[in-house]
Design a protein around this ligand. Structure first.
Ligand code: FPP
Length: 258
């Protein structure tokens, strides 16, 4: 990845601060070519690598990628094992480059069902990169937004029972601060590939005012030019945040306090 400063001139002025990506269509991409699904996921990792580099170059501060949903456990055991293997390889192969480029890695989702070697790798990636400031890559792995919101509600209830918070003072900020994404601004833009037009349990709370761009290409085909196209589409949208006049950028953490 080139340093962000070198690309500042070429970065679109309205680059979203936070982009979420639903990387969909690996299986269909492979099936259309008579290839095994694993090959689609492998090419999906290459697309992820390209996208992280391009997002950094274009001045995006936060990139959240939906890598494994809490519903993906319903897939055949072999595919689950392949996806776990790809995550391990991605971290082992790419962590040094990400760190060298000043990328902070954060993981959201439940770690309880993951094997101890994966849990250690995720911890290592977060700890090694925790002081990096060029861009934050948030990997949603074993993530489901309803589970995340329910867990935040449970923490609020525990805090209320313990007297740490007055139930009458529970608000959007206090719940947002207990989500996995605490401290991360809400996504401005959510991109989904493969032509499907739904959120599939991704960042339900945080996406309250996100703009959506649905692309007809499959994830393995995604590249810098597709990202630039989505950002240009985003720049054409008028964001009003419930008001009547367009607002160019939200106040930091305005919606959740996170
Ligand atoms: C959706 O394609 C993609 C996924 C469920 C996983 C996304 C995974 C990657 C991009 C590669 C792995 C990356 C990491 C870091 C683990 P699909 O399988 O649902 O495609 P389909 O809808 O066409 O079947």
């Amino acid at each position: 990845m080139r340093k962000q400063t070198e690309d500042a001139a070429s970065a679109p002025s309205a680059a979203p601060r936070h982009i979420g990506v639903i990387m969909d269509g690996n299986g269909r991409w492979a099936a259309a070519r008579g290839l095994p699904r694993l090959e689609g996921h492998r090419r999906g990792v290459e697309a992820l690598r390209r996208t992280v580099r391009a997002a950094g170059e274009l001045g995006v501060s936060y990139l959240t990628v939906y890598s494994f949903s809490s519903e993906n456990w319903r897939r055949p055991a072999q595919e689950i094992s392949d996806l776990m293997g790809l995550l391990k390889r991605f971290i082992r192969n790419d962590l040094a480059e990400l760190h060298g480029n000043g990328v902070r890695v954060r993981i959201i989702g439940s770690r309880d069902d993951l094997t101890t070697d994966i849990q250690s790798l995720l911890k290592e990636a977060e700890e090694l990169t925790c002081n990096n400031t060029n861009m934050t890559l948030i990997v949603a792995f074993n993530y489901g937004a309803r589970h995340e919101i329910a867990a935040a509600a449970r923490r609020l209830a525990e805090d209320a029972l313990a007297g740490r918070i007055d139930p009458a003072r529970i608000d959007e900020q206090s719940l947002g601060a207990r989500l996995d994404t605490a401290g991360v601004p809400d996504p401005d833009l959510i991109i989904r590939t493969s032509g499907e037009q739904r959120l599939s349990n991704f960042l339900l709370w945080q996406a309250a005012y996100a703009e959506f761009v649905f692309l007809p290409i499959h994830w393995p085909e995604f590249d810098r030019s597709a990202l630039e196209g989505a950002i240009e589409e985003f720049a054409r949208r008028q964001r009003r945040f419930g008001g009547v006049a367009p607002v160019s950028a939200p106040a930091p953490n305005a919606m959740t306090g996170s």
